[in-house]
Design a protein around this ligand. Structure first.
Ligand code: NI
Length: 169
């Protein structure tokens, strides 16, 4: 397994739209293992392939306390969303140190292939539902800060670019 570098906002590669995974083959299985390791190492609850500069519809998630219930979503599609939406505080491994409120559906049903290529439907609410919507946005090239006001977004951009320049020294 290998740790993969995570793209950092405002990297334009985060805005690429992912293509469907063509086949759940050995390459994809290796990628899943590497993404899972990268997510755990970074102490994240979800990671989309877009964030590691692979533009295919693949997500790993683990919202469990014990960090032992990984979920793999390949080619995910929402098949149902609740009428109710709520504001939740979100963060993102690609936007380090920034947390802000985003409105999401309270509950969703998502159809996806699992890590063995089997089709399944996950019925999610609470943190898992929020995480699924956040990660599926990544696959569409959308980062959560794009829901915030332009003023806030520009502040975040400036702050992260400054931090990245300092890291590069
Ligand atoms: Ni994210």
């Amino acid at each position: 397994m290998a740790l993969l570098p995570i793209l950092c906002y405002p990297d334009p590669k985060l805005h690429r739209v992912a293509k469907p995974v063509a086949a759940v083959d050995a390459r994809i299985k290796t990628l899943i293992a590497d993404m899972r390791e990268t997510m755990y190492e970074a102490k994240g609850i979800g990671l989309a392939a877009t964030q590691i500069d692979v533009h295919e519809r693949l997500i790993v998630i683990d919202v469990s306390e014990e960090r032992d219930q990984p979920i793999v979503l390949i080619n995910p599609e929402l098949s149902w969303t609740s009428a109710e939406k709520h504001l939740n505080e979100e963060g993102c491994l690609s936007v380090p140190g920034i947390y802000d409120g985003v409105e999401r559906f309270d509950a969703v049903h998502v159809r996806a292939l699992d890590g063995d290529g089997q089709s399944r439907v996950i019925e999610a609410d609470g943190l898992l539902a929020v995480c699924i919507q956040h990660e599926m946005d990544h696959l569409m090239g959308k980062v959560f800060v794009e829901y915030l006001s332009p003023l806030k977004r520009n502040r975040i951009k400036t702050k992260l670019l400054k931090a990245q320049r300092e890291d590069a020294r």
